[in-house]
Design a protein around this ligand. Structure first.
Ligand code: DGI
Ligand code: FE
Ligand code: FE
Ligand code: FE
Length: 190
């Protein structure tokens, strides 16, 4: 796997300052959760550091990368191309940054919508994105942050619930994967 310091330097160049700060927050939050739940520390750091590596590319660029490399674009992504930063980010993590571990690549791929039956690392990265210290507004955020270190799935359900009600309230396109992820964990999947 790539060297963490190199990845960090690359992200400092690639991302705008706010996104870079967020990225550091996610990487170190993921590391903390990895310590708490016994996940691989280096995997958590690398996945956190790279999770938004495609976030600052234009929509045109993300779409063109998908077309060029046969990455499928679903209807929700068609209407909200920002969603593609997860898929394109996972692709770049592999091809540009040299990540080979499929668990790390999946954690980046699924960091926005989640997916049913996520691995421990995927859950950690999804939730770190939500609770990192720089994240400012979300209902019950202090409580979700506390519960994240006590009951990972419970925190995941609370955060997914917030995400879905935010999307519904704003009349936004819900990617079917976001709904499926919530349904899976709400119905006791783990
Ligand atoms: O890239 P970040 O902002 O750090 O975080 P992210 O990749 O998890 O993206 C968060 C945004 O994505 C947040 O505003 C909610 C939105 N989102 C999550 N699931 C869906 C979604 N947006 C749409 N339209 N549909 C979804 O299913
Ligand atoms: Fe993201
Ligand atoms: Fe997220
Ligand atoms: Fe993020």
């Amino acid at each position: 796997e790539p060297d963490l310091k190199k990845i960090r330097k690359a992200m400092e160049k690639e991302l705008d300052p706010k996104r870079y700060e967020h990225t550091l927050g996610v990487a170190y939050t993921a590391a903390s959760l990895a310590m708490c739940y016994g996940a691989d520390l280096n995997s958590a750091l690398i996945a956190g550091m790279l999770h938004d590596c495609a976030k600052c590319l234009s929509n045109e660029k993300k779409i063109s990368i998908c077309k060029k490399h046969d990455l499928p674009i679903n209807p929700a992504e068609e209407k909200n191309p920002f969603l593609l930063h997860a898929k394109v980010g996972s692709y770049l993590a592999s091809k540009k940054y040299g990540v080979t571990d499929p668990d790390i690549l999946n954690a980046i791929l699924n960091h926005t919508t989640g997916r049913p039956d996520m691995s421990l690392l995927e859950k950690i990265v999804w939730l770190s994105d939500y609770i990192e210290p720089g994240r400012k507004q979300a209902p019950n955020l202090p409580e979700i942050r506390r519960i994240a270190f006590e009951d990972l799935d419970k925190a995941l359900i609370m955060a997914l619930e917030n995400t879905l009600s935010y999307l519904k309230g704003g009349n936004m396109e819900i990617d079917s994967m976001t709904q499926k992820t919530y349904d899976f964990y709400k119905n006791g999947g783990n």
